[in-house]
Design a protein around this ligand. Structure first.
Ligand code: DG2
Length: 249
């Protein structure tokens, strides 16, 4: 049996301000740093270790990977930063307040934009300065692969492809792997691995900074997944994510 540990980065500046983030490159808050360290602590207490770590090319995920590895005294292991693990691209919603978006377009529309499998956000215009094609860090990526906004399904394709071609071969070689990523890249990966139905996917909210352990069979297929930590705390944090943008409490 194999395993892999996934973690959504700790709270970011935009999470704290309740703004759509996507590919916006924002740092962890003090709380986020604490959450990332705590994730490392939980992983160490549970007796897991790593041979290799992956993150996106966004600093909140890189910082989280480093805080976790530091807690485990594993900052020396090989790491890889991959754009294919970036958060789902939230298009023209990026930078907008989730609450104000709900007030303007209604909670139902907000929920569709955040949790539907196939609905895309309004796309960025090609001349928008936030178009990833203008960014140095994506200069080696085929421009046609760089999104102006993605549905979760689009994210499932790119994350699934990365999992299948880059991670699974390492797991087969018995490499113990940490993946530090984002709320929707992890939802996309869970969809890819388990093909869960759309309703369960809609209700799936990934809390910040909580390690998610996947046990995998000999064919690297999921057997079960579970969070490390105290269930009530995890439930509370997942509900916090679900309720972002609620106009009425
Ligand atoms: C959040 C997820 O991404 O937002 O892009 O706003 O995991 O990088 O903080 P993350 C964003 P929701 O889909 O939960 O609204």
């Amino acid at each position: 049996m194999y395993h892999v540990i996934l973690v959504r980065h700790g709270e970011s500046e935009y999470n704290r301000r309740n703004l759509f983030t996507g590919w916006t490159d924002v740092s962890l808050t003090e709380r986020g740093i604490h959450e990332a360290r705590e994730a490392g602590h939980l992983i160490r207490e549970a007796g897991y270790t790593f041979d290799m770590a992956f993150s996106s090319v966004l600093k909140r995920s890189i910082q989280t990977m480093h805080y976790i590895l530091d807690e485990l005294d594993l900052l020396w292991i090989p790491e890889q930063k991959a754009w294919k693990l970036n958060e789902r691209h939230y298009g023209a919603l990026q930078g907008l307040s989730k609450t104000e978006t709900a007030e303007k377009y209604g909670e139902e529309q907000l929920h569709l934009w955040r949790r539907s499998l196939t609905v895309k956000p309004p796309l960025l215009q090609t001349d928008d300065p936030r178009n990833p094609q203008f960014e140095e860090r994506y200069k080696n990526i085929n421009p046609q692969d760089l999104p102006l906004g993605e549905s979760l399904q689009d994210t499932v394709y790119r994350v699934g492809d990365f999992w299948h071609h880059r991670i699974v071969p390492l797991i087969r070689k018995k490499e113990r792997i940490l993946i530090s990523a984002h709320g929707n890249t992890l939802r996309a990966l869970i969809k890819y691995m388990e093909d869960i139905d759309e309703k369960s996917l809609t209700e799936l909210n990934i809390p910040t900074g909580i390690p998610l352990v996947y046990e995998l069979d000999d064919q690297v297929r999921p057997i079960r997944r579970f969070y490390l930590g105290e269930p009530e705390h995890i439930e509370r944090k997942s509900a916090e994510v679900a309720n972002q943008g609620n106009v009425t409490e």
